[in-house]
Design a protein. Structure first.
Length: 265
């Protein structure tokens, strides 16, 4: 890699992230204790930024941790953030803590996914909902988006599928706008292409739950209603940790809570 191509690569990446965030060169410079002239020189490849400056710029632009490493590599520096496998002993405490959170959320469903919605762990509440899903979708590596929206997955039992599908696709679109991830984009194109039910076959849950969109799901001859929350780690310093997310499902009505306590005591 030549010096010119390295600098040009870093500058192009920086400009792309700045434009994604809707900032001018002056706004970025003020936020990162630099100058608009220096930012301009970096973006055009006329100046090679120092590592500390790149990290400040990445922090101000809220660039994902994995992409910060890519920016550093493009500028000729070593990656700053490690990417530790989740099963590495160094993450034993973190993994144990997540498993405790999953178990503590029972009987309500909860799972942990990575940046492409690959299921890394789940509790008994999730296992209960997966009854009847095509075994091929449950073969490792399981993918939460694929399982939810595939016609051989959960989709036929989701009573408000059109609404929930739109919510999930919008979530993926926002994520794609924030990160450079070809696997995520490929997953989006795949699940977006799954068949969609006719309008009159999908229940509108807005009238029933005006405060938040629920997941309305058939199970055991009754309809369960859940509200979803997503948690991530604050200020992650590792690529793997930065991409972990825990999704928990809370009962949206007393009937759902009572049913889950009954079947998963």
């Amino acid at each position: 890699m030549t010096t010119t191509s390295t600098e040009t690569g870093a500058g192009a990446l920086l400009r792309d992230w700045r434009e994604r965030r809707g900032l001018s060169q002056l706004q970025l410079a003020l936020g990162a204790d630099s100058s608009a002239r220096h930012i301009s020189f970096i973006e055009t490849g006329r100046s090679r930024p120092g590592q500390d400056l790149l990290l400040r710029l990445a922090e101000h632009l809220d660039i994902p941790v994995r992409e910060r490493n890519s920016l550093l590599l493009a500028a000729g520096y070593a990656p700053h953030y490690a990417e530790t496998p989740l099963d590495d002993p160094a993450l034993d405490a973190l993994r144990s803590g997540m498993e405790q959170l999953l178990a503590a959320h029972e009987p309500y469903p909860a799972l942990i996914v990575d940046g492409t919605y690959r299921v890394l762990a789940a509790n008994r509440g999730i296992a209960l909902l997966l009854d009847g899903v095509d075994p091929a979708l449950l073969a490792p590596p399981m993918n939460a988006m694929r399982i939810t929206l595939h016609p051989q997955g959960l989709a036929p039992r989701i009573r408000n599928l059109r609404q929930w599908r739109a919510h999930l696709l919008e979530q993926m679109e926002r994520q794609i706008a924030l990160v450079r991830s070809e696997p995520l984009r490929a997953l989006y194109e795949e699940v977006h292409g799954y068949p969609v039910p006719a309008e009159d076959e999908s229940q509108d849950a807005s009238a029933l739950f005006p405060f938040a969109l629920p997941l309305r799901f058939e199970h055991g001859g009754r309809v369960l209603s859940f509200l979803s929350t997503i948690s991530t780690f604050n200020t992650p310093m590792d690529v793997t940790v930065s991409e972990l997310a825990m999704e928990t499902f809370l009962p949206a009505d007393p009937e759902t809570a009572s049913y889950l306590r009954e079947v998963l005591p």
